[in-house]
Design a protein around this ligand. Sequence first.
Ligand code: NAP
Length: 497
Amino acid sequence: MTATFKNFIDGEWTAPSTGDYFENRNPADWNDLIGRFPRSGRDDLERAIASAQRGFARWSRTPAPLRGQVLQRVGELLVQRKEEIARAMTREMGKVLAETRGDVQEGIDTAFYAATEGRRLFGRVVPSELRNKWAMSFRRPIGIAGLITPFNFPLAIPTWKTFPALLCGNAVILKPAEDVPHSVHLLVEVLLEAGLPPDVVQLVHGQGSVVGRAMVEHPDVPIISFTGSTETGSRIGETCGRLHKRLSLEMGGKNAMIVMDDADLDLALEGVLWGAFGTTGQRCTATSRLIVQAGVHDRFLQMVCDRAAALRLGAGLDAATEVGPLIHEEARTKVEEYVGIAREEGATVAIGGSRPVGGALERGWFYEPTVFAGVRPGMRVEQEEIFGPALSVIRVQDLDDAIRVNNDVRYGLSSSLYTRDVNAAFRAMTDLDNGITYINAPTIGAEAHLPFGGVKQTGNGHREGGWEVYDFYSETKVVYVDYSGTLQRAQIDTYGE
Ligand code: NAP
């Protein structure tokens, strides 16, 4: 019997008003049906918003340290259920078990950080320019946060948004990607078990173009936090701008690793394999470009090709697998199209460039790790996000050249430099135009307690993670207390005659 899942609205697991469902299948084996999930409509969202408003009225008055205690329990429950959730995530998303365990761990780290923030959530007391007067700021909850998440980090990204939003006293409505609804279902179970009041969290499954869009357009959802493609983010940004909503956008990337002549090539090799082919290249921070200085270019390209060609494809639940499938058919087709584009543009497909043939791999969305050699700056495979196991290799003369190539794309999420020259490292840290730069480490590997995000068309200036995200989910209120007993006029009585 196929499992049928429900939304969580108004404190209950509830069927969608549409009576409509979509299938969630394993990308490593499309015969494996995980379950049917609600294809909800606007009515479901309306009910979720009405309930979340009631939840907000209560939760926003709960002291922040007590909100933090709930998140502490959330973290503890995630620890207990880590393996179960990781396995469910691999089954619906495809990435290997070590990575889905890491995905859950990121949620755990985010929960424990949020729990302690409940006893900080600092405001400031600053000296007033007037006598017998206090000036201070504190942080207020805002309202309902609409959280729209992508497929590639099925649990971690929802937790990056949910936990700080809740800690700050907001209610949340989750709209997970249709490809990975089960992981967020499990997250909501954990939140409820931890003691979160049921109307503070709502889960509305369904299409982005219906549920997501309705949430973005709804006047009673003042906060939208979106992670996904730059194209979707642009559309959301237009609507939120018109409606004066608070909006966080975390979008695409075209991240580069730079390898200089003096680099430890063995170290850089491990880094590029993990950065480019981990998560089958479906990370916003994936290493999509490899920029190599001329002196080591040919040798390093050969090293990368030898190892990448030997990576083992398979189901993520199989311990021997190094690279899982792509998320769905369109994702694989997109990689195939870029292989054609690379050839047309004059690049060489050094390895890969095909679907694997034979056996169980033919029942999933697998694609061979692919390396494009002879890529020149400006080519489409050098500029556009492919979001698959494809790496473009570009030869450069020196560090200036490398920095220019890194910066000359519309995205600005992550970058990395392998060198033994401390001066080069510090120059790169300053001049690489990205939100995150790694030295002697690949473009992936963010930690939950540091701000995460990118510049240019990757983001809109906000950050997830760390301390900065708490500013996004709260409003600053300033209070002046004048206990002088007289009218004191700022800027006038202080400096007047
Ligand atoms: P996507 O297609 O843009 O979808 C992201 C989410 O938006 C999904 O939940 C989707 O729902 C929803 N959505 C689609 N159309 C919408 C609309 N008109 N209004 C409101 N919501 C809408 O992205 P994806 O393919 O899942 O994820 C891959 C992308 O995410 C890549 O570009 C990657 O770089 C980016 N990403 C960025 C970061 C970062 O932090 N910068 C992190 C991870 C991923 P459906 O599932 O129903 O379509």
